[in-house]
Design a protein around this ligand. Structure first.
Ligand SMILES: [Zn+2]
Ligand SMILES: [Zn+2]
Length: 150
C-alpha cells in the first residue's frame, strides 16, 4: 500500500496542474479515503469527514467533485454499485477484484492468478490491448444466507 505523504504530494501536483487550489477540504476527502479501508459511498465519506473534522465545513458537493477528480487521476478507484451509485476506495492499491453481496452491501476483495491470466489470453485472442479490467462477482454472502436460513 502506498503511503499517505506520497498520495498527498500527488494530490498537490494534480491540483496545480489543473490550476485548482489546494484546500484543506480537498485534502480531507483524500485522507478519509486513505484512513478508512474499504469501499465507501460519497455520503459515507462525507459523514466520516464531518465526524473527524466538524469544523472543516466540507460540503457534499466538494466530496463528490473531489472523488471524481481523484478517480480521474488514479488516486481513487470506484466500483459501481447498482442503482446506489459508486463506492470509492483509495487508488494505487495492488490490483484486485470484488465479490459484492446484494443483501448487505458487503464487498470482499480477491485476487486470482488464473482469472488474471485468462483475461490476458482472451484479450490476446482478439488482438486487443488490455489496459484495465473490472471483475465483479455479484451474489449473496454466507452471513446473509445463514440469516435467511434461520
Ligand atoms: Zn451479505
Ligand atoms: Zn477494492
Amino acid at each position: 500500500m502506498v503511503d499517505y505523504p506520497f498520495l498527498l504530494e500527488e494530490l498537490k501536483r494534480i491540483l496545480k496542474e489543473k490550476q485548482l487550489k489546494f484546500t484543506a477540504q480537498r485534502e480531507l476527502v483524500l485522507k478519509a479515503l486513505y484512513e478508512h479501508e474499504g469501499h465507501h459511498s460519497p455520503e459515507e465519506i462525507h459523514r466520516l469527514i464531518q465526524e473527524s473534522s466538524p469544523d472543516a465545513k466540507v460540503g457534499i458537493a466538494t466530496v463528490y467533485r473531489t472523488l471524481s477528480l481523484l478517480e480521474e487521476e488514479g488516486l481513487a478507484d470506484s466500483i459501481s454499485f447498482g442503482t446506489e451509485g459508486k463506492r470509492y476506495e483509495i487508488g494505487l492499491k495492488k490490483h484486485h477484484d470484488h465479490l459484492i453481496c446484494i443483501r448487505c452491501g458487503k464487498i470482499i476483495e480477491f485476487f486470482d492468478d488464473t482469472i488474471e491470466k485468462r483475461q490476458e489470453e482472451v484479450a490476446k485472442r482478439f488482438d486487443f490491448e488490455m489496459t484495465d479490467h473490472t471483475m465483479k462477482i455479484i451474489g449473496i454472502c454466507k452471513e446473509c444466507r445463514d440469516n435467511e436460513a434461520k
